[in-house]
Write a protein that binds this ligand. Structure first.
Ligand code: BTN
Length: 262
């Protein structure tokens, strides 16, 4: 049974690392279970019960009911990374939804660490593209005064996602496994959470924009009725909303949804 949370009898491995980074000294605890329906669902249940300490990560080798954004399923075969952590929402913190930029930057940096030369791009709001293809999924769910951040990364295989070109770290030549990748990711995540808290969202958005599709790039999104809107990326608002300049010159703000680029 894991020391930090005592999650389950199902644990196959539990490891703790002390991190001395930008924030206060933080202990990262990674608990791995062989199989669960969804690490986000498990962590949400724990948050509801007693809360989950920051720095705790739950990883499953397989998910049988992985949850994606907008009610989609997240295919979760063995070999890829499925993990969730919780972030406390403190009174002075930026808006909780902006943690999606924090998570995107952390995944980007962890991938960059094992694939130094591949073309990579962040795509609003929280996609990471490797060689122009989706390689991860990030799902934020609020529970009381915590946000559960769930991250799936295609480490070994690239399961099909309808309408998307997908990729995996292995297909790009990386030899790291899911457990090793999470050790890097957890460190990167804590670093970016500290920047988010101490330097603020503006600094996170600046770093995100430096690694993302450039202003002026052609983008497409859909309105509530499913109608396509095309235009060009016109930067981010201070709260992280996307600005799209339509072909007729009008500027619209998008607070939630997906875009396609190019
Ligand atoms: C997306 O649709 O892009 C987000 C997918 C998020 C998947 C991860 S895998 C770990 C965590 N547990 C879940 O059930 N979902 C998230």
């Amino acid at each position: 049974m894991c020391l930090a949370v005592g999650l389950s009898d199902n644990s196959v491995h539990c490891a703790a690392y002390r991190l001395c980074g930008r924030g206060a000294l933080l202990t990262i605890v990674i608990e791995t279970v062989a199989e669960t329906a969804s690490t986000n669902a498990d962590l949400k249940a724990l948050c509801l019960k007693d809360g989950v300490p920051e720095g705790f990560w739950l990883r499953a080798e397989i998910q049988t009911g992985g949850i994606g954004r907008r009610g989609r399923k997240w295919e979760s075969p063995k070999g890829n990374l499925y993990c969730s952590t919780a972030v406390d929402i403190r009174p002075a913190d930026p808006a909780p939804s902006s943690l999606s930029f924090v998570a995107g930057l952390a995944v980007y940096s962890a991938i960059r660490g094992c694939l130094p030369d591949v073309p990579m791009l962040l795509k609003w709001p929280n996609d990471v593209l490797v060689s122009d293809a989706k390689i991860c999924g990030i799902l934020l769910e609020r529970v009381k005064d915590q946000v559960v951040v769930g991250i799936g990364v295609n480490v070994a295989v690239a399961p099909e996602v309808e309408g998307r070109i997908v990729n995996s770290l292995a297909a790009e030549g990386a030899t790291i496994d899911a457990a090793g990748f999470l050790e890097q990711l957890a460190r990167e995540f804590e670093t970016y959470v500290a920047i988010w808290r101490e330097d603020g969202l503006a600094e996170i958005l600046k770093q995100w924009q430096n690694l993302a599709h450039p202003v002026g790039m052609a983008i497409t999104t859909s309105d509530d009725g499913g109608e396509k809107i095309t235009g060009e990326f016109a930067g981010l608002q201070a709260d992280g909303a996307l600005r799209l300049r339509k072909t007729d010159g009008t500027l619209i703000e998008i607070h939630a949804g997906d875009i396609s680029i190019g």
